[in-house]
Design a binder for this molecule. Sequence first.
Ligand SMILES: Cc1cc2nc3c(=O)[nH]c(=O)nc-3n(C[C@H](O)[C@H](O)[C@H](O)COP(=O)(O)OP(=O)(O)OC[C@H]3O[C@@H](n4cnc5c(N)ncnc54)[C@H](O)[C@@H]3O)c2cc1C
Length: 368
Amino acid sequence: MDFSWTPQQEQLRQEAREFAADAVARYGRHNDSWINGYSAEFAHELGERGWIGLTWPTEHGGGGRPAIDRLIIGEELIAAGAPIAAMWFADRQMGPALIGFGTQDQRDAYIPGILAGRTTWCIGMSEPNSGSDLASLTTSAVRDGDDFVINGQKIWTSFGAVADYCYLICRTSSDGPPHQGISEIIVPMDTPGIEVRPIKDMTTNLHFTEVFYTDVRVPAHNLVGVEGNAFRQTMKQLEHERGGIDRLVSNRALFEIARDRADTSHPLIRQELAALETGYRLGRTLVIREVLGQAPAGFSAATKCFCTEHEWRVAQFAARVLGADAMVWDDITRGLVYAPGYTIMGGTSDIMRNILGERVLGLPREPR
Ligand SMILES: Cc1cc2nc3c(=O)[nH]c(=O)nc-3n(C[C@H](O)[C@H](O)[C@H](O)COP(=O)(O)OP(=O)(O)OC[C@H]3O[C@@H](n4cnc5c(N)ncnc54)[C@H](O)[C@@H]3O)c2cc1C
């Protein structure tokens, strides 16, 4: 097996690295930039460059490029801290979901805005009493003539305050087992009846929101895929969310800062650095398998678990090596304080291990 990059891939990486450095010079460096670096202007630049929807089929306006090219570009942009958050959810999940499950009218209506980096999407999945157990969600969408009427509350909706659209996971029926009756609906965020309340996280970031839906009326043709049978669609969407390079490279800059300041004459520090660099490269191999479609179904749970636990170890190492510097309230501290989120967002490590055990390895379920 040949693990080396081709000359074209090396060239693309260099191009992405230079573009990322230029973006950081103009927009500033952001920790975990795919979620904390919001710039509508930069999203537009990425769209103009053809770096949104890079791998989507050309018949849907995408670039038709190999999946590995998106990995290289994403890795460089996020490692440098370039502010890609305004387009990332749509590029990672919403576009592929619309291509996979949407109608042609929906693709015509939404994909051009995504590709141009002109629209930001948020994901309305988690609720106050429904996070890991997604099937227990209660936000309802009831058919009324040609509309759905939506009522309920979502929480932890990243970009709820700035998004143009919410990709809402809701309940259209309560009959049958909990995972049935779930649907996905596109909700324009300027629809009357939506109230967005920002939540400040402990790093002072404001991407989180609570979103309240009170008699929110959207056209029935905003339903994506099959009414009441979206659980499979949502699981597919989560595979995109869990198996990508963003789950590994978020705090690469923090690692590099710590590595450059570490006392490398100390044998234990040298061993830790080697272990972290090895962990990074193993994680990248797992991600490459995911993006090339070579991983077993459901294995993105294991990839997400390994990669985000690596990010957590990076933060722990940086905190130890940087010592008092890590306690000054600055960019580095914020990077460290953000670390607990890695193994929660997109599904916790406990849940990832459950999926790996039950769905991938076929281990028996714990009797309830
Ligand atoms: C930075 C960040 C961004 C996010 N962005 C979004 C977003 O844009 N949209 C959105 O919808 N959500 C978002 N979330 C929410 C995220 O998806 C949930 O926090 C996550 O799924 C966990 O759900 P919960 O917080 O309700 O925890 P709970 O489900 O209440 O879990 C609490 C604890 O119990 C454990 N646990 C629960 N069930 C089991 C089980 N069966 N077996 C073993 N252990 C279990 C969990 O591992 C966890 O430790 C975001 C979260 C973070 C941190």
